[in-house]
Design a protein around this ligand. Structure first.
Ligand code: ADP
Ligand code: MG
Length: 296
C-alpha cells in the first residue's frame, strides 16, 4: 500500500498557514513525521484521517481517493489522536468491545477473540477490568493503540504518542509500535528525534507546513559525515563568540558543562574536535534552515 499526498494546503480562519503545498509519498512500514510544535503535523494527520478538509490538494491510498471516499477510508483506518480522551469509568475490555461493535465486529465470539488478543498484545491483560481513568499515561497510550488496531487497519496514524511518557513507558510503547505488521502504512508523528531513530526506516522533517527533508534516517546522516564538530565552552561570552563565527547546530548541557556542536565543511580549528554526526544534528540543521535543506 502507498499513501500519496499531493500539494496539500490549509490556511485556518485566523490566517495561520498550517500546510503549504505539502507533498509526500508514504509506503508500507513505519514512517516518521518529525517536526517542532506548530509544524502542521496534527493538521496533516487529521486531514489524512478524514476529520478535516484541506483547502487544496489530493490524498490517495492506492486507488482510494481519501478526501472523497471518507467512509471507505474510515473502514481501513486506525487512528490515535494527539489528544486521546477515554471514558474514565469504563474498563479497557468493555471499551474495546463497545468500539468493536461500532467498527462492525458484531459477532460476539469473534469480537472477544480480537479484543482479548489486543489486550495481550498491548500488555493490558492484567488491567483489562480496571477503569480507564485509573490508567497511567503509558497505559492510556497502549490502550490507544489497542483501539486503533481494532478491525485490522491498513492505515495507522499515531499523533505524538510518546509525548509525556516516562522513559520506561516510552520504551514499552515504542516496542509495541515496532511490532505492528509490515503490511500496513504506519505514520508516527513526533517532535522526539529518538522515536524516529528507533523505529522508522523512512522519515520526513516538516516545519511551517512544508516538507524540509525526506529520506531514510541513515541516508540523511551520511550528508553530515565529517562535518560536525564539538567543543566545551566555559562562558556565555565564549558561546556567543562561537555563534558569531560558526553554524551552531545545538548547545547542550552535559554533566554540568556546555557543549556546543557546529556544522563546518572545513576544519574549524584546534579547539573543536570532530564528532560523529547524529540524527539530532540532521533535525536541528534542517529546521534551522529555510528550504532547501542540508541534505538537498
Ligand atoms: P503540530 O501538530 O505540528 O504541532 P498543528 O497542525 O497542530 O501542528 O498546528 C499547525 C499550526 O496551525 C499552528 O500554528 C497552530 O497554532 C495552528 N492551528 C492548528 N489548529 C488550528 C485551528 N483549529 N485554528 C487555528 N489555528 C490552528
Ligand atoms: Mg500536533
Amino acid at each position: 500500500m502507498a499513501l500519496r499526498i499531493s500539494n496539500l494546503s490549509k490556511t485556518y480562519s485566523n490566517g495561520v498557514k498550517a500546510l503549504q503545498n505539502l507533498s509526500l509519498t508514504i509506503g508500507n512500514n513505519m514512517f516518521g513525521l518529525l517536526g517542532p510544535n506548530g509544524a502542521g503535523k496534527s493538521t496533516l494527520m487529521r486531514t489524512i484521517a478524514t476529520l478535516q478538509e484541506p483547502d487544496t490538494g489530493e490524498i490517495f491510498l492506492d486507488d482510494l481517493n481519501v478526501l472523497k471516499e471518507k467512509d471507505k477510508v474510515r473502514a481501513l483506518l486506525g487512528y490515535l489522536p494527539q489528544e486521546f480522551g477515554v471514558y474514565p469509568r469504563m474498563s479497557a475490555s468493555d471499551m474495546l468491545h463497545h468500539l468493536g461493535v461500532m467498527k462492525g465486529i458484531t459477532n460476539a465470539g469473534e469480537r472477544k477473540e480480537i479484543v482479548d488478543a489486543l489486550l495481550q498484545q498491548t500488555n493490558l491483560w492484567d488491567s483489562r477490568k480496571k477503569n480507564l481513568g485509573t490508567y497511567s499515561g503509558g497505559m492510556k497510550q497502549r490502550f490507544g493503540i489497542a483501539q486503533a488496531l481494532l478491525a485490522n487497519p491498513k492505515l495507522i496514524i499515531v499523533d505524538e504518542p510518546t509525548a509525556g511518557l516516562d522513559p520506561a513507558e516510552r520504551n514499552r510503547f515504542l516496542n509495541l509500535l515496532g511490532s505492528i505488521g509490515q503490511n500496513t502504512v504506519v505514520i508516527l508523528s513526533t517532535h522526539i528525534v529518538g522515536d524516529v531513530r528507533e523505529l522508522c526506516p523512512r522519515m520526513a522533517v516538516i516545519a511551517g507546513g512544508q516538507v524540509l527533508l525526506e529520506g531514510a534516517p541513515a541516508e540523511t546522516l551520511e550528508t553530515l559525515h565529517g562535518r560536525i564538530f564539538s567543543k566545551i565552552v566555559a562562558s556565555q561570552a565564549e558561546m556567543t563568540a562561537v555563534g558569531e563565527g560558526h553554524t551552531v547546530v545545538s548547545t547542550q548541557l552535559t554533566g554540568g558543562r556546555h557543549e556546543v556542536r557546529i556544522y563546518s565543511e572545513t576544519d574549524p580549528g584546534a579547539e573543536f574536535v570532530p564528532v560523529e554526526q547524529n540524527l539530532e544534528d540532521v533535525y536541528f540543521l534542517t529546521i534551522k534552515q529555510p528550504k532547501p535543506s542540508v541534505a538537498a
